[in-house]
Ligand binder design. Structure first.
Ligand code: Z5A
Length: 218
């Protein structure tokens, strides 16, 4: 009999530091011998990379955008998440369903009813064991994105180019995600402040993982 793996997601507004946090948590898990998979949405699969390119360059209608996020998610769950869970791996996904509610519902205004069932279908009714939302003020998040863009010279994505008001709505959406019963009611979501030094955020997130998954306390 095989023991199913563990599935954790990390979401949050731009510049919250979730990609950084995911990398540090994966390193820590590996240090104690846990077999990990670090993945992301959109773009966690070869097909998903094609969707990601279309999604980040913009020019799509709101409904085309939503459709590509769901195509990406279905492919991701079917070809990455489910096989890794069957292999007993500890998966951390950088973004998942909370981002769809935050960006497409709170940000773009798509009604929750047009998201909820399709989202559940795309994730093949799977629910993560634990979901972190890293919060950051819009000003600080944008400052980090600007600094990174100046450092790497990478062009900003269609989401990064949106107005401040869009980002404010997204932050509010993420913050109410663990309270609104219409949004992901069966998910185990906790919010962590990303408005602190990187090392503090990593320590807090690690403690939260150890509380959720007792086998990590060695
Ligand atoms: N999207 C959607 O609309 N609907 C959906 O269903 C899904 C996604 C799944 C994906 O783009 C876009 O798709 C995303 C939402 C939308 N919008 N955007 N943009 P992406 O994958 O390219 O981008 P991202 O997910 O936003 O990742 P990101 O820009 O890399 O954000 P991050 O995870 O916060 O980045 P980071 O590298 O961890 O941190 C940003 C910088 O801040 C970096 O230089 C860090 O070193 C620094 N940092 C991190 N933490 C700290 C702290 N604590 N203090 C100071 N500096 C820090």
């Amino acid at each position: 009999m095989s023991i199913e793996g563990t599935f954790v997601t990390i979401d949050g507004p731009e510049g919250a530091g979730k990609s950084y946090l995911a990398r540090r948590l994966i390193e820590r898990l590996q240090t104690i011998g846990v077999d990990t998979v670090h993945t992301k949405e959109p773009g966690g699969t070869p097909k998903g990379l094609e969707y990601r390119q279309k999604l980040l360059q913009g020019g799509l209608t709101i409904h085309e955008e939503l459709r590509f996020f769901f195509l990406d998610r279905e492919e991701h769950f079917r070809t990455v998440i489910e096989p890794a869970l069957s292999d007993g791996k500890f998966i951390i996904s950088d973004r998942c369903s909370p981002s769809t509610f935050a960006y497409q519902h709170f940000g773009r205004g798509v009604p929750i009813g047009q998201i909820a069932n399709r989202d559940k279908g795309a994730r093949r009714s799977r629910v993560p064991d634990f979901s972190l939302i890293v919060d950051v003020t819009v000003e600080e998040g944008m400052r980090r994105v600007e600094a990174r863009s100046a450092e790497t010279g990478e062009a900003k994505t269609t989401f990064e180019l949106e107005k401040l008001d869009f980002h404010r709505r997204i932050r509010v959406g993420f913050l109410e995600m663990n309270e609104n019963p219409k949004i992901l009611p069966d998910w185990n979501i906790q919010i962590i402040s990303g408005n602190r030094p990187k090392a503090d955020v990593v320590e807090t997130a690690w403690s939260m993982l150890c509380q959720q998954f007792l086998y990590l306390r060695i």
